[in-house]
Design a protein around this ligand. Structure first.
Ligand code: SF4
Length: 289
């Protein structure tokens, strides 16, 4: 791949018409081993590709800017494992001064210094809180939830509160309402909740999945909690039906009222291999250039 050149990019018709909102999966590497991780390369390792160089990602970000993208979420894997993350974010901000830029991180590598840097660049931060007593089991680590909660609280203190995702599974079902309360009272900006999907690594951990009825019961439990002033949302998708799925999974997790979503048109993903996929769960890749 050649070095980054913005002007020539503007004169080319892109191979994929990029949506305005993109997730960049900067790396397939992660220091956690969450059994619910839906990253597609846990099913199809070829989708992880070879790690792209800094120049290759700069070229992709330049292409996004030239294509009118104005919302970029840097994710992974764990994006903070990329030693060039600051360089890539600085570059993105320099060519997209008004764009919404964000990072989704497990917060394990967060520091005060990182925080100040993200704040200065106007980067929005999101994280996940996969459990309290179940944190180790839900992340495949020996870590505790306390570090994540401390960062949620610190971010609120610094007036850059984090968006927090909670994934419900059989291992954390009994403490799911406590997870919600912990994130809310620590200062989360908003809380997004969904049931574990039998995708990615989750396909090998079906014992952790919930049924539709169990997920509905958890939602009702959250709705009955006292209002703590933090906006929240539920994601009801339990299986991505834009891709072909085995009949047994469709029967258990499918939605009979399913309709094609806006994946690939209003949002999309550029994977660790530098190719375009229509969503986080999609396994079809298209060349970007
Ligand atoms: S869910 Fe996130 S933190 Fe967990 S293994 Fe996957 S990429 Fe890593």
């Amino acid at each position: 791949m050649k070095d980054f050149e913005l002007e020539p990019e503007r004169n080319q018709l892109p191979a994929v018409r990029l949506p305005g909102r993109l997730i960049l999966e900067l790396t397939a590497k992660c220091n956690y081993r969450c059994p619910f991780c839906y990253c597609v390369w846990h099913e199809l390792p070829c989708l992880a590709g070879a790690e792209l160089s800094t120049l290759e990602w700069r070229k992709i970000i330049g292409h996004c800017a030239a294509s009118g993208v104005n919302d970029l979420l840097f994710s992974g894997g764990e994006p903070m494992l990329r030693p060039d993350l600051r360089e890539l974010l600085t570059f993105a901000r320099s060519i997209l001064p008004a764009a919404r830029l964000g990072i989704f991180t497990n917060c394990s590598l967060m520091s005060e210094d990182h925080f100040s840097f993200f704040k200065e660049l106007g980067i929005e931060l999101s994280t996940s809180l996969p459990g309290l007593s179940s944190y180790g089991r839900m992340t495949g680590t020996r870590r505790s939830f306390r570090r994540t909660l401390a960062w949620i609280a610190r971010a609120a203190e610094l007036k850059r509160p984090l968006a927090v995702s909670l994934t419900a599974a059989s291992a954390n079902r009994d403490e799911f309402a406590d997870m919600f309360a912990a994130a809310a009272f620590s200062g989360a900006r908003m809380i997004q909740m969904g049931a574990m999907m039998p995708e990615g690594r989750g396909r090998r951990h079906l014992e952790l999945t919930l049924t539709h009825a169990e997920w509905e019961a958890l939602k009702n439990r959250i709705r009955t909690l006292p209002d703590c002033g933090v906006p929240y949302a539920f994601c009801d998708e339990m299986l991505c039906e834009c891709r072909e799925q085995p009949a047994d999974l469709l029967k258990k997790f499918g939605n009979p009222a399913w309709r094609p979503c806006a994946a690939g048109t209003s949002f999309g993903v550029i994977g660790p291999s530098g190719k375009f996929r229509s969503c986080l769960h999609a396994v079809q890749e298209r060349e970007l250039f």
